[in-house]
Design a protein around this ligand. Structure first.
Ligand code: NDP
Length: 295
């Protein structure tokens, strides 16, 4: 039996982080300033704490100054918006990232809309979302950007391929659709109300799963030789109680059918953080009037 090629997200992300460090070094030499990223964590959501720590570590490795802003879970929406306003004005900071989810009493749209679009390294500000859909220079959201970069390691040309995206969230599914259309794919979106998701996936050259449903995509959903990108990160503790995560794709059955597949962990996850660094450097260059670096 021929098993799918495993796309090594950890290795691709390490190469991107090295590139990010090079660009940061060049910026320091040419402008005497360090790029800076502020992460804003509201409350004590355990997974968010892990993500924010990982982002801080990545900054350290790429010579990007990290500003770790922790705010109480009961902060008012107005107060949070004014904290972000301060970060918008702070010259040391090129990127502002508000870790989601926010506490329920805070409207994420208002908060994401209060970030200076030039510092919006997550690419969630409505102006940047609109620019993405219009094909204009923007900040490309990190996880979808990571997926496309991994896809391009398998397919130099995505034109004419049928891509199925499972999930239509604002942070993963929808921006992926915009990026795949820009790459001339034919795109189908599957969501929780879709009928015959398995049949639709079987017609795809590319399946990107971002539903948050552990092991949902099985081997018999996949066309032989298709490329499968697994965005899902779902907690699945071992019987001994050890922390573990699994994806939305049933890796064992799908890797017997697919041509290429990303693992979880070690696939899209590390790419998301590497793309955040790249976006921070892009923001830093643009804010200093320097042309976008080739990445
Ligand atoms: P959301 O919960 O915001 O969105 C999930 C989407 O999947 C929705 O559009 C939903 O449809 C759809 N969906 C849910 N169940 C089904 C189903 N049975 N069949 C088809 N579609 C379904 O999740 P996110 O987009 O934020 O995240 C998705 C997954 O990706 C999660 O596991 C998350 O942890 C992971 N993730 C990983 C990242 C990484 O760096 N690797 C970064 C961000 C997220 P509907 O709209 O109809 O409700």
């Amino acid at each position: 039996m021929r098993l799918a090629t495993v796309i090594d997200g950890t290795a691709h992300a390490a190469a991107l982080r090295r590139r990010a460090a090079e660009i940061a070094g060049r910026l320091r030499r040419e402008t005497g300033t360090a790029p800076g990223l502020a992460t804003v964590l509201v409350g004590d959501h355990p997974a968010s704490q892990v993500y924010v720590r990982a982002k801080g570590r990545a900054c350290a490795g790429a010579e990007v100054s990290a500003f770790d802003i922790r705010l109480p879970g009961d902060i008012s929406e107005a107060r949070l918006a004014s904290e972000i306003e301060q970060l918008n004005r702070d010259e040391r900071i090129d990127g502002v990232l508000v870790q989601l989810p926010l506490p329920r009493h805070i409207d994420p749209h208002r908060i994401l809309g209060s970030i200076d679009p030039a510092k919006d390294v997550d690419g969630f500000h409505p102006l940047n979302v609109g620019r993405l859909w219009n094909g204009l220079p923007t900040m490309i959201p990190c996880t979808p950007q990571g997926c496309i970069r991994l896809l391009r390691t398998v397919h130099i040309d995505l034109s004419g391929r049928h891509a199925v995206v499972i999930g239509r969230s604002n942070i993963v599914g929808k921006p992926l659709v915009a990026l795949l259309l820009q790459a001339d794919c034919t795109v189908t979106v599957v969501h929780s109300k879709t009928r015959n998701a398995d049949e639709i996936c079987r017609s795809a050259d590319i399946v990107i799963a971002a539903a948050g449903r552990p092991g949902m995509v099985k081997g018999d959903w996949i066309k032989p030789g298709a490329t499968v990108i697994d965005v899902g990160i779902n907690p699945a503790p071992t019987p001994e109680g050890r922390g573990r995560v699994v994806g939305d794709v049933d890796f064992l059955s799908v890797s017997e059918i697919a041509g290429a597949i990303t693992p979880v962990p070690g696939g899209v996850g590390p790419m998301t953080i590497a793309c955040l660094l790249l976006n921070t450097l892009l923001a830093a260059c643009r804010r200093r009037g320097i042309a976008d670096p080739a990445i």
